[in-house]
Write a protein that binds this ligand. Structure first.
Ligand code: 13P
Length: 261
């Protein structure tokens, strides 16, 4: 199956940036110009406290733009101070949730096992998880990319059946490319994306693997998006810095729209 059978998905991970007014303005701009990236699923992932106003701005602009959380608990509710439960994200209008971002893994001690528990909780609540994997520079230079990504994919997605995997988006984000301006070459990215698709086939079947969208993330910009979009196993992007400007985010999304034309 070719990439044309999968709807590209471009998500903006705002991380801990912007304030209320700037977030609402950005969401309104993206939603208002949504038609520029027809045929691509768009997702905005604001900080949790801005999900409600951002969802409101998108609704007001009439744009078909989904909202995602940047993290979620693996618990449904209860005495977990500071946490946000998957049903709560769904309740305020989220469709997606980013899980296991490398910043969560390296700065907040998340592991494949905790990401796996979160993915199961998110799916149980009706959210679509965007599960992140990716190697560090040290791991790549030691020739361990394949081993690291294999362990992360198999561990983070363990126990998900075909139906659950088909709802899941995998984001390949080489840690050395995040926020560094150093984007993976299309060949480097495609190689790992093909590896991930093979792993998904091993977890379920080739048919299921062919349906799962695999995003690339790490210094995606308007000027490198088209090359990435042209790769057969790259089905979208998870965008950090460039998602904070409507022009850049939409230009990237547009590249993925044309990449599949
Ligand atoms: P940058 O696009 O800023 O490199 O961030 C990528 C990322 O971490 C998205 O989740």
């Amino acid at each position: 199956m070719t990439a044309t059978a999968r709807t590209p998905i471009v998500a903006g991970n705002w991380k801990m940036n912007l304030d209320h007014a700037a977030g609402v303005a950005l969401a309104a701009a993206v939603a208002g110009r949504r038609s520029e990236a027809a045929g691509v699923d768009l997702v905005l992932c604001p900080p949790a406290v801005y999900i409600v106003p951002v969802a409101g701005a998108v609704a007001e602009a009439g744009g078909d733009v989904a909202i995602g959380g940047q993290n979620a608990s693996d618990k449904e509710k209860g005495a977990f101070t500071g946490e946000v439960a998957p049903p709560m994200l769904l309740d305020v209008g989220c469709r997606y949730v980013i899980l296991g971002h490398s910043e969560r893994r390296t700065l907040f001690g998340e592991t494949d096992a905790s990401v796996n528990a979160k993915a199961k909780a998110a799916l149980a609540a009706g959210l679509l998880p965007i599960v992140c994997v990716g190697e560090t520079l040290e791991e790549r230079e030691a020739g361990r990319t394949e081993a690291v990504v294999t362990e992360q994919v198999n561990g983070s997605l363990a126990g998900l059946d075909a139906a659950a995997l088909e709802k899941t988006v995998v984001a390949y984000e080489p840690v050395w490319a995040i926020g560094t301006g150093k984007v993976a070459t299309p060949e480097q990215a495609q190689e790992v994306h093909a590896l991930i698709r093979g792993l998904l086939a091993g977890l379920a079947s080739a048919e299921t693997a062919a349906k799962v969208r695999i995003q690339y993330g790490g210094s995606v910009k308007p000027d490198n998006a088209a090359q990435l979009a042209a790769c057969p196993d790259i089905d979208g992007a998870l965008v950090g810095g460039a998602s904070l400007k409507a022009d850049d985010f939409l230009a990237i999304a547009k590249a993925f729209a044309s990449g599949t034309a």
